[in-house]
Design a protein around this ligand. Structure first.
Ligand code: ADE
Length: 357
């Protein structure tokens, strides 16, 4: 990932971005940072880059030409199709999904504004996307650019060591992080929850999920509204079950995996609600009606992944059972980890979209 930051305050970017984990990422080459001083493109001998606003009003406005030239300079290094992002409070707020999406770019050009803003004509000409880091006004876009770079970098290969990263993190599945504890076992008369000392991984996972849910409901009910309980049902060959495993842990931290090649499960009644996201993975989709006739849903969104040429073939069967089929994906041949990662990202993105409807 190459970040190109256009700013009037290069020291601010360098100081923040070259520290801690981002600093380590830059030093190792996992991330590159190219800081461009907009003042170098001033069209005045005094190096001024701003002027009074037409129509009057407080403050100064940044002139279009230095910004335009700075973007052109960044594009010489980044390529003409590199995405240009303007950090501004007048935009949609950055979230974890957006950070993950931006990490897929090779180059990002980040434009930091100052004073009362930037001449709108140049923004119209060069900016691909406006991003805010929160609903408050900062003195400039630099801290926004640093926040964005930090959040994006965490998704870049090689930035986090294995023990620092997990496949799906807090916020990626719209649930907040569960509480963490370290030694001592008792501190200020407060003991670490017993379950964490039990060594029972399933129990610990369940406890953490419950804590995440409770915290999200209490602190961020808006986020909780957007969270799903993910259940992955699979049947067919070994390849289908392997892919189900790879995919499920990349969609959610707390997926439920159900093996529908097991007769016992097929015989059980099971029902899903509107906040369940159900993913069916199979390479024998013609068996769906036989294996899933005891499953009922009350408007649960459904994603089907199968090897079929026409992955929609079971649509009416699932609709009759109360599912809302949202999208089908075709499973082809060998499905590696990167396919699972890409598909999991698309599913999380889709889940965010159909929640808005
Ligand atoms: N510049 C000023 N305020 C900002 C904000 N909230 N997000 C991004 N850039 C900004």
């Amino acid at each position: 990932m190459n970040f190109h930051v256009l700013t009037l305050f290069p020291d601010m970017i360098n100081t923040v971005a070259r520290t801690s984990i981002m600093g380590r990422a830059i030093a190792s080459g996992a991330v590159a940072l190219n800081v461009i001083n907009i003042r170098d493109f001033s069209i005045h001998g005094t190096k001024r880059v701003d002027d009074y606003p037409y129509g009057g009003g407080a403050g100064m406005v940044m002139e279009p030409e230095p910004i335009f030239q700075a973007v052109m300079k960044a594009k010489e290094a980044a390529g003409s199709s590199a995405r240009v992002i303007y950090l501004t409070p007048a935009a949609k707020v950055l979230d974890q999904l957006k950070a993950e999406e931006l990490a897929k770019e090779q180059d990002l050009i980040l434009l930091c504004g100052h004073y009362e803003g930037i001449d709108d004509r140049v923004l119209e000409e060069v900016v691909d996307e406006n991003i805010s880091i929160g609903d408050y006004v900062l003195t400039g876009g630099e801290l926004g650019a640093c926040v964005l770079m930090d959040a994006v970098s965490r998704f870049v290969q090689g930035v986090l060591h294995n023990d620092e990263s997990s496949q799906v993190e807090s916020h990626q599945d719209n649930l907040l992080e569960y509480p963490q504890f370290t030694r001592p076992e008792v501190w200020h008369d407060k003991a670490v929850p017993k379950v964490l000392l039990s060594g029972d991984h399933q129990k610990i996972l369940e406890w953490r999920h419950a804590q995440s849910v409770e915290r999200t409901k209490e602190r961020r009910p808006d986020l909780f509204e957007k969270s799903f309980k993910v259940t992955v049902l699979y049947f067919g060959s070994e390849a289908a079950s392997e892919f189900a495993e790879k995919l499920s842990v990349r969609v959610s931290r707390y997926p439920v995996l159900l093996d529908y090649s097991r007769a016992k499960l097929v015989k059980q009644k099971r029902s899903f609600g509107a906040s369940d996201l159900v993913i069916v993975i199979t390479d024998t989709p013609e068996e769906a009606s036989k294996r899933m006739e005891r499953i009922h849903a009350d408007r649960s969104p459904l994603i089907c992944i199968s090897t079929e040429e026409d992955p929609q073939q079971n649509r009416s069967f699932f609709e009759e059972r109360g599912f809302c089929p949202k999208q089908s994906f075709r499973l082809t041949g060998e499905q590696g980890v990167s396919d699972a990662e890409e598909l999991a990202f698309r599913i999380r993105k889709l889940a965010g979209e159909f929640l808005k409807n």
